[in-house]
Design a protein around this ligand. Structure first.
Ligand SMILES: NC(=O)c1ccc[n+]([C@@H]2O[C@H](COP(=O)([O-])OP(=O)(O)OC[C@H]3O[C@@H](n4cnc5c(N)ncnc54)[C@H](OP(=O)(O)O)[C@@H]3O)[C@@H](O)[C@H]2O)c1
Length: 278
């Protein structure tokens, strides 16, 4: 990796472009990339700050990376890995453009649909490139999901609570969607009264994702929390993860994904794909 650009000093560092580099999550990740000895930030994308120096905007001295206003412009730096951290309305197009440019892709943006990932997978398979999509880069959140999958093998009734700030526009969160997908692979939960047989408002029972009822709460005071609730006769198990207000929990997992994505071909979902959890 890192040897593709003619006329530049050859290096073994992983060349990375980050779309959404000035955002809450993206700016924390680019700081981690700049500090990582095995990575080189070659491009950054933000529409509103295009033309400015990223270091000046984020308050670090090096490297001198000019912010691009478009994905095409940033991909001219020929990255090994493209990180998508913007908005679901543009994420799919950005990812397909990055694959066309020969980059592996790490996806942090939440809200892409299964259909989006099907078309991305077709493109990635055709080009023999990896796409690692992580609804949550926090290593402790990934552990929460893994523990929930283990619990679902033994406790047959469960539902998911998805808490986020009042301003979060997508529901459920990428983390809740990913958790429900994972639980669906373990099995269908036992629901004693089917949702369609509910008396009163069926919507009060939440939305079903792969058979799991997911309840999204959007209120001031929350950042991002996820909780799986397991019920058995006369006992309950809750497995919960609470994120704080900074984007620091997502940096180590984002860097791990950047380091590992080139080993993959096609779309892979979840950071644990590249974590040894057995
Ligand atoms: N996987 C995880 O662990 C994780 C963690 C945190 C957040 N997220 C997800 O990551 C995404 C970004 O979250 P955030 O909190 O960082 O958002 P944010 O603070 O609003 O930042 C968004 C970034 O993307 C850019 N952007 C926004 N819309 C764009 C568009 N249409 N085209 C190109 N660039 C665009 C913004 O710059 P300009 O407006 O200047 O273009 C900014 O740099 C969300 O989907 C969020 O749910 C995932």
């Amino acid at each position: 990796m890192g040897v593709r650009v003619a006329g530049r000093q050859e290096t073994n560092r992983i060349r990375v472009v980050v779309a959404g580099a000035t955002g809450w999550a993206g700016s924390a990740l680019v700081t981690g990339i700049v500090e990582a000895a095995d990575m080189e930030l070659t491009g950054a994308i933000s529409r509103s700050l295009a033309g400015r120096q990223l270091g000046e905007v984020l308050g670090f001295i090096d490297p001198a990376v000019e912010i691009s206003g478009t994905t095409k412009q940033a991909l001219a730096s020929r990255p090994d890995v493209f990180v998508e951290y913007t908005d679901p309305s543009v994420a799919r197009q950005n990812i397909l453009e990055a694959l066309d440019a020969g980059a592996h892709v790490v996806v942090g943006t939440s809200g892409l649909t299964d259909e989006d990932y099907d078309s991305i997978d077709r493109s990635a398979q055709e080009k023999r490139l990896g796409v690692l999509a992580c609804g949550n880069f926090s290593i402790t959140a990934v552990l929460m999901m893994k523990f929930s999958e283990m619990a679902a093998k033994w406790v047959k009734s469960w539902e998911v609570m998805d808490y986020a700030s009042a301003g979060k526009v997508d529901a459920p969160s990428g983390t809740a969607r990913e958790l429900a997908n994972r639980l669906a692979k373990v099995g269908l939960p036992d629901i004693r009264v089917a949702v369609e047989d509910t008396r009163g408002e069926k919507e009060a029972r939440g939305a079903s994702f792969g058979g799991t009822q997911v309840h999204s709460i959007r209120l001031p005071g929350f950042v991002l929390s996820i909780e799986s609730l397991f019920g058995a006769e006369d006992e309950r198990l809750s497995i919960r993860h609470d994120a704080g207000t900074s984007a620091k929990p997502y940096v180590a997992g984002g860097l791990l994904a950047i380091r590992q994505v080139s080993r993959l071909v096609g779309v892979h979902r979840g950071l644990d794909t590249v974590m040894d959890l057995n």
